[in-house]
Design a protein around this ligand. Structure first.
Ligand SMILES: *[C@@H]1O[C@H](CO)[C@@H](O)[C@H](O)[C@H]1NC(C)=O
Ligand SMILES: *[C@@H]1O[C@H](CO)[C@@H](O)[C@H](O)[C@H]1NC(C)=O
Ligand SMILES: *[C@@H]1O[C@H](CO)[C@@H](O)[C@H](O)[C@H]1NC(C)=O
Ligand SMILES: *[C@@H]1O[C@H](CO)[C@@H](O)[C@H](O)[C@H]1NC(C)=O
Length: 968
């Protein structure tokens, strides 16, 4: 063998004009066997005639291997798809045959659907569609699951997650996400801080999420190395064993086999403020990449000399390496998939210039709230256009996201740019990643791309398409079987397999834990409205389209093709005013913004036509009319941009942490939100256009990592979201609606500023309610009102034990001072544990969020809902006759109220009236404004479906009080 190769080299050398590259390649290939010979033969220097013999060093073989390896491109070996057994296979996993499914495979850009079976074996997909009998004959003892035509998709891939880094429940001991040690930290690895005990794994899997890219935070320009992880806990229980294809050098050993992709986080913009401004950040990038470029050049020069056999010129030199910069050298060699947090046009442009200066690709831009406005910039990225990973409707939380748009996914897709929907878990709960895709679809992203945005596209962006995000023979057996078409609101997995192992159903492992949603509609791709005009406007106005109604119409409006009409009444709350029998539709006539008649076509029209007036007709295509919805709990109308103090009310004095300045003249510092109201904020107008026409807001502002801004939030206020200013008639429904407090244990992530103890918080409340402050102060006055029950006392509280203390306190106070306190628990994650007691105490509950997450210790005992358990907190509270409403935490969320209520209804099996109650009359009862809005309240006109349905679009808001119909 050896001599034959040598001979061949000799032969080649004797022929004139040898092709040098070919020779080099050959030498590399045969390096292990013929290293000396090869190099001696290749010593004729490129400098010309002076041929001399070079001394070949002992480590030449290793050097040549290193040099050859520099050219390797990551990716699976050619026969990867033929594998019988996954490297992730767990002993004892039985093969599974899923029969008669509608399989959305992800292939052909998401357009392929296969009707048939799916065979999982050895942790690998072994067949899709028709499974030949011989395949099954080879397998003994497999589990059969009858899908009955249900939808099956690949397991979802969350391209942006901090699962395991910002764990649930949050603890200061697990805040391993941003390092403070400089802007450039490519040597850090997220895996080194990965907590295998995060409660979020199980929850995310219950939403069909099987893999995630676990990223360091965005506090650094280069925050460190990221890893693609499976969320299933392994039998080894280690972080390392959760990595999909650990990169070669992870533990210092050099594994064999093909090179694997590495992943890295970069960030730009506001989050880097700790280290200077945008200009500083870009200089730090350039400086770092320049260092890496030097190392890369040294390596390349070294290798061309070594490969040319010029060993004497290299004598005494080692292969140039930099332990510090090796990651960035790999970036420059195109072996790293970079996830780059980057929001604005300026930031995207900066990074795109950087990629061209240093010649490296970006796999995906994240958050990228202005990417949709600058497609041509994205296309100039060196090495190809990155995928864009975004939120569906979480916008305007900081200046960089102010121009974010629900239409961004579609606009990007229209520009041939790949769209990824991501969670940024725990910013959004990764469990509801599919909801992001559903919303993207609702706002115009075609269904195949919407499904691909949480499977195929993120997997491709991470270089993982040979394993995940797609179902094909040889890919990983990560599969979700759904209870409806996955793009329907509320779609829930009936089973999730990771590496062929079923994840739902606990130890008893029933094969499918939920029934299918009944009826054919649920199996079809949901029909969604068109938004062409709105989308064009959004682009035209660079993300800030006017949100005021297009037209205020004072005349008569005839609504045709109406399926149902619900109204708010003074006495009876929400009532069905009319509904078509057996799917028939009818007509509604609006006069002066109020319902003149509603009923079967002929009847209603005959009474209102022929009066010669000009009128407007709108075809609702099976739509409906309903009462304006209401929202509680966010700073809606108090601020424009959550992250910009200059757009909000500013800092609230906190009497629990320090004395209120004496000039306030009130020890409790109770102030009124109505004094801080701003009208025409974008969040309020977006909510208004989404049918949320009323809001109760307070000065209590709670943020994900910092908790509540103070404990006494003062007096919440109720207002109309569409009003132009505070002095407009009906703009303010009730100026001082409720006294609003917050209670809870120390915030997990702000360990340096421990808050006042729970026992002190309750002691303060006891004193304020029992003895009270002087009634001439705001604190004395309003707490006395609370004791009398003439103003509700709303307490943000998640923990059941604190709730129990509050129930005892309430009983005590009522015993001693008479009266009945109108107490409401908001947030109330653990309220289900005390449902009966809460009902007995006549305390109301505002669930916020309605689908719970154990973000902190206080909230850890969640009732997870389907598919983990059938029960929900909402269902449990309703069963115990607690008055329950829905709340939100952030102002942008108010716009999704109708979807939240629709989804809650599906999980908790409640009817249409109860859905409305959750976001109208129950909230009014709890706020003590029952009947205040009454039959003069705003009416919302839905085209194409009802209030809680993703087929519908709001086309008008009618106001009997103002005598107009707003055409949106
Ligand atoms: C998938 O989409 C990409 C990008 O738009 C395109 O280049 C490719 O041709 C498409 N492939 C198929 C099979 O349609
Ligand atoms: C180091 O990592 C490689 C590649 O993942 C693996 O094959 C090897 O077993 C690991 N060695 C140790 C000691 O963990
Ligand atoms: C949940 O309810 C469904 C019926 O709707 C039932 O088939 C299933 O067994 C229940 N699951 C549990 C865990 O009780
Ligand atoms: C939504 O409403 C439309 C129109 O009424 C109806 O055809 C569709 O089935 C509804 N979708 C769901 C999921 O209920």
């Amino acid at each position: 063998m050896e001599s034959r190769t040598k001979a061949r080299v000799n032969v080649l050398l004797t022929s004139r004009a040898p092709q040098r590259p070919f020779l080099l390649a050959l030498c590399v290939v045969v390096a292990t066997l013929t290293i000396y010979a090869c190099n001696i033969f290749l010593t004729s220097s490129s400098r010309g005639a002076n041929t001399r013999i070079h001394r070949v060093p002992r480590n030449a073989q290793r050097i040549l291997q290193q040099c050859a390896a520099l050219k390797a491109i990551p990716g699976p070996q050619a026969d990867f798809y033929l594998r019988e057994l996954s490297d992730r296979f767990e002993e004892g996993t039985k093969p599974t045959l899923i029969k008669n499914a509608h399989v959305w495979t992800g292939a052909r850009n998401g357009t392929e659907t296969v009707v048939g079976d799916v065979l999982l074996s050895g942790g690998v997909v072994k067949g899709i569609g028709y499974i030949p009998k011989r395949l099954l004959d080879d397998i003994t003892d497999f589990i059969t699951v009858e899908a009955d035509g249900a939808w099956v998709t690949p397991g979802l891939v969350d391209l942006h997650s901090h699962v395991g880094m910002l764990s649930a429940p949050g603890m200061s001991g697990t805040f391993d996400v941003n390092s403070r040690h400089g802007p450039i930290l490519p040597w850090l690895r997220s895996i080194d801080g990965f907590n295998t005990h995060d409660d979020a794994f199980e929850l995310a899997i219950a939403g069909g999420v099987t893999s995630a890219q676990v990223l360091p935070g965005s506090g650094n320009a280069i925050g460190g190395q990221a890893f693609m992880m499976k969320l299933r806990k392994t039998s080894e229980r280690s972080p390392t064993s959760m990595i999909i294809e650990p990169p070669h050098n992870l533990n210092g050993s050099e594994a064999d086999g093909p090179l694997r992709w590495r992943h890295m986080k970069q960030a730009c913009g506001e989050n880097l403020r700790r280290y200077g401004n945008r200009m500083d950040a870009l200089w730090s990038f350039r400086q770092a990449y320049n260092e890496a470029r030097k190392v890369k050049r040294e390596q390349d020069d070294f290798c061309s000399q070594a490969q040319a056999g010029l060993w004497d010129d290299l004598s005494g030199q080692d292969f140039p390496e930099s332990f510090q910069w090796e990651m960035l050298v790999d970036v420059l060699r195109g072996r790293v998939k970079i996830a780059n947090h980057c929001y604005e046009a300026v930031d995207l442009d900066d990074i795109v210039r950087l990629t061209n200066e240093f010649k490296f690709p970006i796999a995906s831009f994240h958050h990228a709230q202005e990417a949709w406005l600058v497609p041509e910039v994205l296309k100039r990225t060196w090495g190809g256009t990155p995928a864009i990973a975004i939120f569906a409707s979480n916008h305007r939380y900081k200046r960089e996201s102010y121009r974010g748009s629900n239409f961004a996914p579609r606009v990007l897709a229209d520009n041939d740019i790949s769209v990824v929907m991501k969670s940024d878990h725990p910013v959004l709960n990764s469990r509801y990643l599919m909801y992001e895709a559903q919303q993207a679809h609702y706002y115009g992203l075609p269904p195949h791309l919407a499904l691909a945005s949480v499977t195929y596209t993120p997997s491709r962006a991470a270089g993982m398409l040979h394993r995940i995000g797609i179902l094909a023979e040889g890919t990983d057996a990560d599969v979700v079987l759904w209870d409806s078409h996955p793009l329907h609101l509320g779609a829930t997995p009936r089973q999730v397999w990771i590496d062929g192992i079923p994840q739902l159903g606990g130890s008893s492992k029933p094969t499918l834990v939920l029934p299918e949603k009944p009826g054919h509609t649920w199996k079809e791709i949901p029909h969604v409205p068109t938004w062409d005009e709105e989308r064009e406007e959004a682009v035209k106005y660079e993300g800030l389209p006017p949100l005021a109604p297009k037209k205020l119409f004072k005349g008569k409006v005839v609504l045709n093709n109406v399926k149902e009409v619900w109204i708010r009444t003074g006495e009876e709350g929400i009532k069905e005013r009319w509904a078509g029998k057996n799917g028939e539709t009818g007509t509604v006539v609006l006069v002066n913004g109020g319902i003149f008649c509603a009923g079967a076509d002929g009847w209603c029209l005959s009474g209102s036509k022929n009066d010669g007036e000009s009128h407007l007709e709108i075809d609702l295509h099976g739509g409906s009319v309903g009462p304006g919805l209401m929202t509680f709990g966010s700073p809606l109308g108090i601020e424009e941009i959550a992250g910009e103090l200059s757009t909000g009310d500013g800092l609230l004095y906190d009497a629990y942490r320090g004395d209120i300045p004496s000039i306030v003249g009130d020890v409790g510092g109770v102030v009124r939100a109505v004094d801080a109201l701003q009208f025409g904020t974008r969040n309020a107008l977006v909510a208004h256009r989404a049918g949320v026409t009323y809001a109760t807001s307070s000065l209590l502002k709670s943020t994900l990592f910092a908790g509540p801004s103070s404990f006494i939030g003062g007096l919440a206020t109720t207002f109309r979201t569409g009003a132009n200013h505070a002095l407009e008639a009906g703009a303010i429904v009730k100026p001082a609606t409720a006294l609003h407090l917050s209670m809870g244990r120390t915030e997990p992530y702000i360990a340096t500023v421990p808050i006042v103890s729970v026992s002190t918080q309750i002691a303060i409340l006891r004193r304020l309610l029992l003895e009270g402050e002087d009634e001439n102060t705001e604190t004395g006055f309003w707490f006395k009102r609370a004791v009398e029950g003439s103003i509700p006392l709303i307490i943000d509280v998640g923990n059941a034990d604190i709730m129990a203390s509050l129930l005892r306190l309430k009983a005590d106070i009522e015993d001693q001072r008479g009266g009945q306190i109108k107490m409401v628990f908001s947030g109330a994650t653990e309220a289900h544990l005390l449902a009966k007691e809460i009902a007995q105490a006549k305390v109301g509950v505002i669930l916020s969020p309605v689908r719970p997450f154990p973000d902190r210790w206080d909230n850890r005992r969640i009732l997870a809902g389907p598919p983990i358990v059938n029960e929900t907190a909402l269902g449990t509270l309703l069963k115990n006759r607690v008055i329950v409403a829905l709340g939100v935490q952030d102002a942008w969320e108010a716009g999704n109220t109708r979807f939240e209520a629709g989804w809650a209804a599906l999980d908790s099996h409640i009817d249409q009236r109860q859905r409305y109650d959750l976001v109208t009359s129950n909230l009014e009862k709890l706020m003590g404004i029952e009947g205040w809005i009454g039959d003069e309240g705003e009416l919302v006109v839905y085209q194409g479906g009802d209030a809680f349905n993703m087929s519908s679009k709001i086309v008008a808001v009618a106001s009997p009080k103002r005598g107009v119909v707003e055409l949106l």
